[in-house]
Ligand binder design. Structure first.
Ligand SMILES: OC[C@@H]1[C@@H](O)[C@H](O)[C@@H](O)c2nc(CNc3ccccc3)cn21
Length: 453
C-alpha cells in the first residue's frame, strides 16, 4: 500500500500537554492551569506544570522527529505565552520560544503546522466569560494575527482551533474539561463564539494554508459497526442523523457552507435561545479554508433511547442512547474500529468536496512497559497499522487526503486522565524526562521511509 508521492507524514502534540514551564518567560495562567490545580478534576492530581519539559527540551525532541523522518510536526501555541492576559501587547519572550521552535524544525527539514488554540485559554479571558463571551472571538482573532505577523514567513499551515466541540461541550457543558462549567446553554453559546473566532482568525492567516480541526466520527448503530449494510430502524436512523449533525455538521457546515443544521438551531432554541447568533455571523464564520483536520479515534455508536444523564447533558441528544461497540478497546475504553476512519473520510469528502482533508490526530493509549530500554507496544502498533490501511483505502476511494499525523509524538498530559494514559510513539519517563522510541515509532519511521505499508 503506497501513498501518493506528496502525502504528508507527521506527528502532533499540544502546548499544555507537553511544554511545562508554566510560569516561565512571562507566560500567563490558562484555564487548564486553574483546572488541573483544582482538587478532584484530574486523575492523581496531575498538572501540566512540568509535563514533558518540552519548553526546555525542544531541540532534543526535534532530533527525535528528525530520526523518525517526520515530514511535518503539528504543535500548538500557548495563547498565554503570547498574550498573558489574552489581550494587549505581545510578550516577546513567549513569542521567542515559538520563533526558535520553528527555526529548529525548519533546520531539521520538518514543516511546522501550528494550531493556534488547543484549549489553553488565558484565565483572564475566562474571568470575563471565556467562550460564552462574544468578545473572546475577537481577542482570538487579534492573537492569531499577532502570531501570524511574527511566524507567517516560515509557518505556512495553520489550524485555528482544535476540536471546538470538546472546548464547548466538555468545557462548558458537562464540565469534564476546563473551565469546568456545566450549562447546556453556555455550551451552545461557546460553540458559536468558537466558530466566530475561527472565521475571524482565518482571514488573518493568509496567505497561509488554513484549516479547522474537528473531532469527528462516523455515527453508527451497534449493528452498523460490524456491518455497513445493516439497515437501522427509523428511530435509530433518526438518532444517527441527529448526532452526526450535533457532533460534526455543527462545526463543518458553518465553516464550509455558512449554514447551521436545523438540529443545532433547534437545540439552541431549547437551551438558552439563539440570540447569540447574530445576523452576519455565519458569513463571518464561513471564511474560506483549505483543509478540514480530522481527529479520529473511534466511531460514535448510538441508538434511539433514553439520553445521557442530566449532568452529562449534550443539548439535542435527549432521545439518543450512546451504546457500546462490539469491538476491543484501548486503555481509554474507546472501541477499536479501523474502518470507521475510511467510512468517515469518504463521507466527509462527499459532504465537503470544496476542501481537502488531513488526518490531524489518530492514535491509541495502551499501558506501556519499558524493558531493557525498549517498549514493545504491539497493541499501539497494530492500532496504527489498521488505521493507516483504512487511510489508504480512503485515498483509493478518491478522498482528497493530504496527510496523516499520529497522536502523539510523546506520551503527555492526557487532560482529565493526567499522565496515566500514554498515547505517545515515544515513551517519556517523567521523573527523569528520558525519551525512548517505542516499537511503534520504529515501525512508523519505516512506513514514512517506504511512503506506505
Ligand atoms: O485523548 C487523546 C487526544 C488528546 O490528547 C488531544 O489533545 C485531543 O486533541 C484529542 N481529541 C480526541 C478525540 N476527542 C475527544 C477529546 C476528549 C474527550 C473525548 C474525545 C482525542 N484526543
Amino acid at each position: 500500500m503506497i501513498f501518493p508521492e506528496d502525502f504528508v507524514w507527521g506527528a502532533a502534540t499540544a502546548s499544555y500537554q507537553i511544554e511545562g514551564a508554566v510560569k516561565e518567560d512571562g507566560r500567563g495562567q490558562s484555564i487548564w492551569d486553574t483546572f488541573s490545580h483544582t482538587p478532584g478534576k484530574v486523575v492523581d492530581g496531575d498538572t501540566g506544570d512540568v509535563a514533558c519539559d518540552h519548553y526546555h527540551r525542544y531541540k532534543d525532541d526535534i532530533g527525535l522527529m528528525r530520526e523518525l523522518r517526520l515530514g511535518a510536526y503539528r504543535f500548538s501555541i500557548a495563547w498565554p505565552r503570547i498574550q498573558p492576559d489574552g489581550a494587549g501587547p505581545v510578550n516577546p519572550r513567549g513569542l521567542a520560544f515559538y520563533d526558535k521552535l520553528v527555526d529548529e524544525l525548519l533546520a531539521a527539514e520538518i514543516s511546522p503546522y501550528a494550531t493556534l488554540y488547543h484549549w489553553d485559554l488565558p484565565q483572564a479571558l475566562e474571568d470575563r466569560g471565556g467562550w460564552t463571551n462574544r468578545d473572546t472571538a475577537y481577542r482570538f482573532a487579534d492573537y492569531a494575527a499577532a502570531v501570524h505577523d511574527r511566524l507567517g514567513d516560515r509557518v505556512h499551515t495553520w489550524a485555528t482551533l482544535n476540536e471546538p466541540w470538546v472546548s464547548a461541550y466538555l468545557g462548558y457543558g458537562n464540565g469534564v474539561h476546563a473551565p469546568g462549567r456545566r450549562d447546556p446553554a453556555e455550551a451552545m453559546r461557546s460553540a458559536h463564539h468558537l466558530l466566530l473566532g475561527h472565521g475571524l482568525a482565518a482571514r488573518r492567516l493568509r496567505p497561509g494554508t488554513v484549516m479547522l480541526v474537528v473531532n469527528s466520527a462516523p455515527v453508527l448503530t451497534p449493528a452498523q459497526v460490524g456491518d455497513p449494510s445493516a439497515v437501522p430502524s427509523e428511530a435509530d436512523a433518526a438518532a444517527v442523523h441527529r448526532i452526526h449533525a450535533l457532533l460534526t455538521r455543527q462545526f463543518l457546515d458553518p465553516a464550509v457552507h455558512g449554514t447551521y443544521p436545523a438540529e443545532v438551531l433547534e437545540a439552541a432554541a431549547r437551551n438558552g435561545g439563539t440570540e447569540h447568533i447574530r445576523d452576519g455571523d455565519l458569513a463571518l464564520i464561513n471564511a474560506p479554508i483549505d483543509l478540514i483536520g480530522i481527529n479520529y479515534y473511534n466511531p460514535c455508536v448510538v441508538e434511539s433511547g433514553p439520553g445521557l444523564p442530566a449532568d452529562a447533558a449534550w443539548p439535542g441528544s435527549e432521545d439518543v442512547r450512546f451504546a457500546a461497540a462490539d469491538a476491543p478497546t484501548t486503555a481509554m475504553g474507546w472501541p477499536i474500529v479501523p474502518d470507521g476512519l475510511s467510512r468517515l473520510l469518504i463521507r466527509l469528502s462527499h459532504d465537503y468536496p470544496e476542501v481537502g482533508l488531513m488526518v490531524t490526530e489518530n492514535g491509541a493509549a495502551f499501558d506501556d512497559v519499558v524493558e531493557n530500554g525498549r517498549v514493545h507496544d504491539a497493541d499501539r502498533l497494530a492500532y496504527l497499522d489498521g488505521h493507516l490501511r483504512e487511510v489508504w483505502r480512503a485515498v483509493q476511494a478518491g478522498a482528497d487526503l493530504r496527510g496523516y499525523l499520529v497522536w502523539s509524538l510523546l506520551d503527555n498530559f492526557e487532560w482529565a486522565e493526567g499522565y496515566r494514559r500514554r498515547f505517545g510513539i515515544v515513551h517519556v519517563d517523567y521523573p527523569t524526562q528520558t525519551r525512548v522510541l517505542k516499537d511503534s515509532a520504529l515501525w512508523y519511521r519505516d512506513v514514512i521511509a517506504r511512503n506506505g505499508l
